[in-house]
Design a protein around this ligand. Structure first.
Ligand code: ATP
Ligand code: MG
Length: 266
């Protein structure tokens, strides 16, 4: 069996081949011991690890394993996933919305990190928890999709009252920027969580679109587990990216890019 593992700040992503077919699995980082036990129990295996916690995982394994720099693994993995979808882009940006967010330009068959932002999936669960007490990612996403940001976010058109704004009035002027003091006690979980997802989605897409100026392409490939079963975040990122003149792309199984890249070198 061949196993590629991306052990990140929050989740461990596993891609493995068993008689040719690729399988995927995801585990919380707290379960790193049981992932190591699973690998140690495999009769025959070749393993390649990547990600910020790959050193911890490697130290728990009984056999020597290959280690790969996360950005290289991600780049290779995105290439594999795009090819599987029949897409052959020569140049594109990759925005990985993991615990934090990292932005890369891929061109001439190599990747360069352009920057990132601390606003990412960690912010999504952290702020959501502080505002509502909810701890489960799935529950956060479930509530958020029923919420409206109308009463919380301040749009450009709200500031330009009775006057034509110089930019689209639909753009957010200030996330959480409405006068909330009077209504804070009556805001629902749904409204608060939808607005947190709006904040994360608009920030990562804005930073990505700005970064695209340093890359030959304006196609932005969005990956990372923050998008897993999270249609609302995808929707915010899609509309904001298009509004700002770039083209968003979400590869199937994009959250497994690092693991697939690690698997691809075995
Ligand atoms: P990094 O790359 O920054 O080291 P990571 O690789 O662990 O972190 P990802 O797995 O890509 O990051 O994404 C983590 C984010 O995915 C979380 O912050 C959260 O918003 C979201 N997420 C999706 N599913 C879950 C889950 N089951 N448990 C916790 N977070 C989840
Ligand atoms: Mg990661």
């Amino acid at each position: 069996m061949k196993v590629g593992i991306d052990a990140g700040g929050t989740l461990i992503k596993v891609a493995y081949t068993d008689e040719g077919e690729v399988h995927f699995a995801k585990h919380p980082i707290a379960d790193i011991g049981s992932v190591a036990e699973w690998i140690n129990g495999l009769p025959v295996s070749e393993v390649c690890v990547t990600g910020g916690k790959s050193g911890v995982l490697a130290s728990l394994l009984e056999q020597p394993v290959q280690e790969m720099v996360e950005f290289e693994a991600t780049h290779l993995g995105v290439q594999v996933l795009l090819e599987r979808m029949g897409l052959h882009h020569e140049a594109y940006l990759v925005t990985n919305v993991g615990t934090g967010t990292s932005i890369h330009c891929v061109q001439d068959n190599s990747q360069e990190r352009l920057g990132g932002t601390g606003i990412g999936g960690g912010t999504l669960i952290g702020l959501s928890h502080l505002l509502t007490g909810i701890t489960s990612f799935d529950e956060i996403v479930e509530h958020a999709k029923r919420g409206s940001r109308e009463r919380i976010d301040l749009k450009v058109k709200h500031i330009y009252e009775g006057k034509e704004p110089p930019i689209s009035g639909e753009l957010t002027a200030s996330n959480f920027g409405q006068d909330l003091f009077a209504i804070s006690h009556e805001l629902s979980k749904e409204e608060l969580l939808a607005t947190v997802i709006g904040l994360v989605g608009e920030t990562v897409s804005t930073v990505s679109v700005h970064a695209a100026r340093q890359c030959r392409s304006s196609t932005i490939v969005y990956i990372g587990s923050s998008f897993s079963d999270n249609a609302l975040l995808k929707e915010v990122v899609t509309s904001y990216t298009i509004l700002r003149g770039s083209t968003p792309l979400f590869p199937d199984n994009g959250e497994y890019s690092g693991a697939v890249g690690a698997l691809s070198v075995l």
